[in-house]
Design a protein around this ligand. Sequence first.
Ligand code: TPP
Ligand code: MG
Length: 192
Amino acid sequence: MRPEQGTLISRAQAMAALLELLTDQPVIICNGFPSREAQKLVDRPTHFYMIGSMGSAPAIALGVALAKPHKQVITFDGDGNVLMGMGTLATVAALKPKNFIHVVFDNEVYGTTGNQPTISNVVPLEKVAKAAGYTNVERVLDLDDLVYEFKDMLKKDGPSMLLIKVNEFAEDAGRVVLDPPDITKRFMKAIE
Ligand SMILES: Cc1ncc(C[n+]2csc(CCOP(=O)(O)OP(=O)(O)O)c2C)c(N)n1
Ligand SMILES: [Mg+2]
C-alpha cells in the first residue's frame, strides 16, 4: 500500500457521492469492481455495466453521447482501463462531445485482479486527456473537492475528465447479476 493511501477515500465512497448527484443520466461503467460496486450501491436501468472488456466503457459512452446529444453521459472508468484504451481519449477529444464526463477512479492498481501496479503513479492520466484535447480536466484527492468539481462539470460543456485518487479498498460486492444482453436491452429502453 502506498504511504498516502491512508488519507484517500475509497472508490465506493467516491462513487456513492457521484451517484447521489445523478438521477437518470446514462452511466457506462467499466468492467471489474467498479461495475460490481456501482450495482451494489444503486442499480439503475440507466447503468450499463461492462463485462469483461477492458478499455471500452468510454468508447460506448462516446457513442451514447453522440447519439443522445441532449443527455449528459457519464462513464465510470479505472486507471488500468484507461491505460488499455488510451486511444479512446484521442477519439473523444477529436469529436468533442459537450455532454461527456469521464470519471476515472485511479487507485494506481489493477485492483480487480489482485492489485498489480499500473503506471498511473507516474503517468497523470488527466494530463494525457488534456493534451489530447479534453475541454476540462480535474484531479481530486478528497470528497469535498470531488463533489464541487463534479457539480461544476455537470454545468459545463465537455468533454471533461474528473480523475479521483482513491485507495485500494474494494467493497465485498458480487458479480454483476444481469447477463450482457439483458444489460443492453434494459439500458437502451431506459435511455430512449
Ligand atoms: C484484455 C483484458 N486483460 C485483463 C483483464 C482482466 N482484468 C479485469 S479487470 C482488470 C483490472 C482493471 O483495472 P482498473 O481499470 O484500474 O480497475 P480497478 O480494478 O483497479 O478498479 C483486469 C486486469 C481483462 N478483463 N481484459
Ligand atoms: Mg485501478
